[in-house]
Design a protein around this ligand. Structure first.
Ligand SMILES: Cc1cc2nc3c(=O)[nH]c(=O)nc-3n(C[C@H](O)[C@H](O)[C@H](O)COP(=O)(O)O)c2cc1C
Length: 191
């Protein structure tokens, strides 16, 4: 039996009419079907980050606990002005040590044809500084408003393609997570 892996799935925005949350729900639900995987869904609407930075008073203790427990991260970001939302930056910035030597997968979403690729590209620079280790490919949801129905379910005509691509991304994420987890456990004094 493979070692159980905890994946924190991070939604990227609090926008009231957000469409990218449907992609985040879909990715979380996909992960819940995988063996030996625990998914913790992080909706920034349910967390509170009172200020910028990572001083103790700027943290949400529940997010701290999740990042400590997580072996891997999967972030779903919409594209806002060719970048990622400030909410996501503030949430990511609020922690540091808990990210080190853990892998992260990216999904982008947009209402146009680019699928959030510029948001993911700009997020990479920030994420690299945290100690998280990025996968070498991503998944994109261009015209995200056309991929899911009003209840958030993926439409049948899109399901096969996204199941295949998200499945491959999870395979890679979990492979890296297991490798890094055993390395962290073998050398707990070396951060
Ligand atoms: C402030 C703001 C800026 C945006 N900028 C871009 C952009 O630069 N490129 C793009 O493709 N879509 C842009 N969009 C549209 C989003 O891609 C669209 O809202 C999509 O549904 C994903 O975001 P959502 O989860 O907020 O719905 C922008 C949306 C907002 C609210």
């Amino acid at each position: 039996m493979a070692e159980r892996i905890t994946v924190a799935v991070l939604a990227g925005t609090t926008r009231e009419k957000r469409e990218s949350i449907k992609a985040a729900w879909y990715i979380a639900e996909f992960g819940r079907q995988l063996p030996d995987v625990e998914i913790i869904f992080v909706d920034p609407k349910e967390f509170y980050f009172p200020g910028d930075g990572n001083d103790p008073e700027g943290k949400d203790p529940r997010y701290t606990e999740i990042t400590a427990k997580a072996d891997a991260f999967f972030v779903i970001t919409p594209e806002y002005n060719h970048s990622f939302p400030g909410t996501l930056k503030r949430m990511l910035d609020s922690e540091l040590e808990n990210y080190n030597h853990k892998p992260i997968a990216f999904a982008g979403a947009s209402s146009g044809n680019w699928g959030g690729v510029r948001a993911v590209e700009s997020l990479l620079t920030a994420v690299r500084e945290t100690g998280l280790v990025s996968l070498s490919w991503d998944v994109y949801f261009p015209r995200v408003q056309e991929i899911f129905d009003e209840n958030g379910a993926i439409k049948p005509e899109h399901k096969e393609r996204y199941d295949r691509n998200v499945g491959k991304l999870y395979d890679e994420l979990l492979w890296m997570a297991r490798l890094f987890k055993s390395a962290r456990e073998a050398n707990t004094t070396d951060s």
